[in-house]
Design a protein around this ligand. Structure first.
Ligand code: ATP
Ligand code: MG
Length: 301
């Protein structure tokens, strides 16, 4: 469990990363610098902070499962090579695998295209007591689909659902849905790992130069850099319109991996601190049963 100093440091780290509802976001401005860190977190301390974070997360996850009332849904969005996969493996390392489910959302299948765009996400929502991680999500419907109008044109919805107000409509639908989920016990935490265009270039080059990373390289991802500004604009609009009190967005500076990991871990811990799940206290009857069982067990029965 996070002690008071640890908890204070987490809150202090997370607060400036959170997008206030309706806040204007210009991702190109210094306010949203992908290379930013926090002056009270030194790089040398990052590893021990992350270990401390993992220990706290293990404890919170156990209590979340025992309480069996809330679930936590972590949504990760980012440009390619920002570090979604590495963040998941570092931040969640050590947590009981039975308590966590990761879903990676790809180009929708034929079956998925036969349903509304939230359907496949609904199927993968975490059950009470579980932590669900969405590696990409329904937010792709406001990103890749917006940047490439031909994808929207190919979606098999009624024409009215693709009209000029489609993005405004989707902001509303997503906000409504997230509100409904929150009201019913799903705590939603949203992270945008914000990498710079130059850092992405370096990471793509690394993938090409290091044989063991070649498998991660995709020429299509590199070509998608042509649309960089369109993506940044789509992200800014999404952050301005879908960061709510119930389900806030956090912009995580992603150029320095050590900071990205500590910050991401802190955002998830902050959400668990809000829930503050507790082990259930046995009822008087259950307690009496336990006392009885203990007596029998001690007597060798
Ligand atoms: P990696 O880091 O391993 O490349 P990834 O998340 O990029 O992970 P990919 O299989 O390369 O995984 O890419 C998934 C692709 O699916 C992305 O290009 C994403 O934009 C696309 N995608 C996800 N959801 C949708 C959607 N609803 N409509 C269209 N494309 C989507
Ligand atoms: Mg990819």
């Amino acid at each position: 469990m996070a002690d008071d100093t640890h908890a204070d440091r987490i809150r202090k780290l997370v607060e400036p990363l959170r997008v206030a509802p309706g806040q204007k976001v210009n991702l190109a401005s210094k306010d949203w610098d992908p290379g930013a860190t926090a002056d009270f977190v030194a790089k040398e301390d990052a590893a021990s902070m992350l270990t401390e974070g993992v220990t706290a997360l293990v404890d919170y996850q156990a209590r979340l499962a025992a309480q069996d009332t809330w679930s936590v849904l972590v949504i990760l969005q980012a440009m390619d090579a920002a570090g979604k996969d590495g963040t998941i493996s570092h931040v969640m390392s050590g947590v009981n695998p039975q308590g966590v489910e990761v879903t990676s959302f790809k180009v929708p299948s034929a079956l998925e295209q036969d349903h509304d765009y939230l359907w496949r996400a609904a199927l993968r929502l975490p059950a009470r007591g579980m932590i669900g991680i969405f590696n990409r999500s329904y937010y792709e419907e406001l990103l890749v689909v917006r940047v490439h109008p031909e994808i929207l044109a190919g979606e098999r919805m009624p024409a009215a659902a693709k009209g000029p107000d489609v993005w405004k409509r989707r902001f509303r639908e997503i906000n409504d849905w997230e509100r409904y989920l929150t009201d019913n016990g799903t705590k939603i935490v949203k992270l945008f790992l914000h990498v710079s265009k130059d850092e992405q270039r370096k990471r793509f080059l690394d993938r090409i130069e290091q044989p063991n990373a070649n498998w991660k390289f995709s020429a299509a991802d590199a070509r998608e850099r042509k649309y960089w500004d369109d993506y940044q604009n789509a992200y800014a609009d999404l952050l301005e319109n879908t960061s709510t009190d119930d389900a806030p967005w956090h912009v995580i500076p992603a150029d320095r991996k050590w900071f990205m990991r500590v910050a991401s871990s802190s955002v998830i811990l902050d959400a668990l601190m809000d829930i503050n799940p507790q082990y259930p206290v046995p009822s008087a009857a259950a307690k009496a049963e336990m006392d009885q069982a203990k007596t029998e067990l001690l007597a060798g029965g």
